[in-house]
Design a binder for this molecule. Structure first.
Ligand code: FES
Length: 161
């Protein structure tokens, strides 16, 4: 599968050539690869480095730092469940356990139908809505088992639409 369409490659190539610090574009370029390809393989890291004119290690160190950049294949939707303090004090562990039971997967795994990957994450900045989780760019909370059921059904319907 193509890592990034040629027009987007050209966009990053020319933008990198026009600025003093092309490393500023690493996250945007990695997200573009991920958005197009679903995750960022080694070849994606090499491609981003070439487009920006920097070393692959400079891309890799960013790619492995951020938990929203996926260096392994993931499902069509990644569920990031907050395991930080506010969510923990408001039954976040129980919600995480419920998600594992409901989806039949452990943290880091993907459902057999390839729809969901389940990952823990640090604070999502939604502490007022704890316990919280994020799917794609949407944050959900406060979560209850019933609310989780509704959200999973809604996202499944969107994915299969
Ligand atoms: S601690 Fe969970 S969103 Fe902040």
């Amino acid at each position: 599968m193509e890592l990034l369409p040629e027009n987007q490659q050209e966009f990053f190539r020319s933008k990198a050539a026009a600025i003093a610090h092309p490393r500023e574009l690493v996250i945007d370029a990695l997200r573009a690869v991920q958005s197009h390809h679903g995750w960022v393989p080694d070849e994606g890291v090499t491609l981003v480095a070439a487009l920006l004119g920097i070393l692959p290690i400079e891309v890799e160190e960013v790619a492995t730092f951020y938990d929203k950049i996926f260096r392994r294949p993931v499902g069509k939707r990644v569920i990031h469940v907050c395991d930080s303090i506010c969510c923990w004090t408001r039954e976040g562990e129980a919600i995480f356990a419920y998600l594992q039971e409901k989806l039949g997967i452990a943290p880091g795994e993907t459902t057999a139908d390839g729809v969901f990957t389940l990952l823990p994450t640090c604070c999502l900045g939604a502490c007022g809505d704890a316990p919280a989780m994020m799917i794609g760019l949407t944050t959900y909370g406060p979560l209850t088992p019933q609310r989780v059921d509704e959200i999973l059904a809604q996202v499944r319907a969107e994915v299969s639409a």
